[in-house]
Design a binder for this molecule. Structure first.
Ligand code: HEC
Ligand code: HEC
Length: 276
């Protein structure tokens, strides 16, 4: 036998005899959400890419005007640069893909999910999966995920799980609450607070400049979970679940852009339960 063959056979035997450990036993399913300190951003070209990724998250339209079709930025929902629990944090997301996604009924990679949000949440066009902006978003999210084991999710990934509302959501009651708790920032017409220089100081909740009806936020359960946990901004947790369901009924029932591919969503099942 040649040396290489001997080595190869020895390796196969070593692997065959190594104790087999179920991945479920070694990878924790949930780990605490820890945001890396800014000074841990790498230097040099990789650090430049991380910073470019962060600026795409915060000022999406300025960075990618061709791909954004509304007045939102990624950080309108992925709060504080994607670092906030229960506001779909991007911390740890690097190591969870590929992952099965019920909406598309297929296994998706990180870039697929980014482009889902460009098409739906941003009512825009996907970015080139092989271009510098996608690489920058990857660099940023990989850095944000420092220390999170591959396959683990952080506590607060996605949104809160809402239990079914005690009463059927009431958009009329939601409108009264909206006037009291939301309109000062998001406008009586839901149109947000536009800046004279273009763009928005506060993003629109409905109308032509908001997310389209294929976006995750257009599901009442997701909107209610986000609103209850995070809104009014700075006063998260102050609304009851029922208040949040009622306001979500108003917001998700209001007019917004249509998403052409919506009919194909959840073909394989798994659609989020609608309240009642
Ligand atoms: C003090 C101002 C303020 C108030 C009051 C407020 N929001 Fe917001 N809201 C914001 C800002 C600012 C953002 C974007 C996050 C960011 O840029 O950090 C946001 C984002 C959102 C988003 C996601 C982005 C979008 O445009 O769809 C939703 C949904 C939302 N708010 C709903 C509400 C609801 C419902 C209320 C009332 C219960 C409310 N907000 C009250 C300031 C406010
Ligand atoms: C209107 C709110 C909103 C905006 C704006 C938005 N997203 Fe999202 N994003 C969501 C929601 C909701 C989800 C959860 C999946 C779903 O239901 O679509 C999500 C999920 C994601 C995920 C997967 C997170 C995970 O836990 O696996 C990534 C990555 C992502 N978004 C990136 C982006 C990027 C990049 C942008 C800007 C180009 C963006 N999103 C803009 C609402 C938004």
């Amino acid at each position: 036998m040649r040396i290489a063959t001997v080595v190869a056979v020895a390796l196969v035997q070593a692997v065959a005899h190594a104790p087999l450990v179920d991945a479920a036993d070694v990878v924790p399913k949930r780990v605490p959400l820890v945001v890396p300190a800014p000074q841990t951003m790498p230097d040099g070209p990789l650090g430049d890419a991380v910073r470019q990724g962060l600026s795409i998250i915060n000022a999406t339209k300025a960075a990618l005007p061709e791909n954004v079709g509304n007045g939102l930025a990624c950080a309108s929902c992925h709060l504080n640069g994607g670092t906030v629990a229960y506001a779909a944090p991007l911390v740890g997301v690097w190591g969870v893909y590929p992952e099965y996604f019920a909406r598309s009924g297929r296994v998706e990679g990180f870039a697929d999910r980014v482009n889902d949000c460009f098409r739906r949440s941003m009512n825009g066009r996907p970015i080139d999966v092989d271009g510098a902006p996608m690489r920058a978003l990857m660099a940023y999210v990989a850095w944000l995920s420092t220390g999170v084991p591959v396959g683990a999710s952080v506590e607060g990934r996605g949104f809160r799980a809402m239990s079914a509302p005690a009463r059927a959501p009431d958009a009329g009651r939601g409108a009264t609450l909206y006037e009291q708790r939301c309109a000062s920032c998001h406008g009586v017409d839901g149109g947000g607070s536009p800046l004279a220089s273009g763009g928005y100081a506060i993003p629109p909740l409905w109308g032509p400049q908001s997310f389209n009806d294929g976006a995750g936020m257009s599901h009442a359960a997701t909107a209610a979970a986000f609103i209850q946990a995070k809104m009014p901004l700075g006063r998260g947790g102050s609304l009851s679940d029922q208040d949040a369901w009622d306001i979500a009924a108003l917001v998700t029932g209001a007019p917004r852009p249509a998403f052409a591919g919506k009919a194909g969503d959840y073909r394989a099942g798994g659609r989020p339960a609608s309240p009642r």
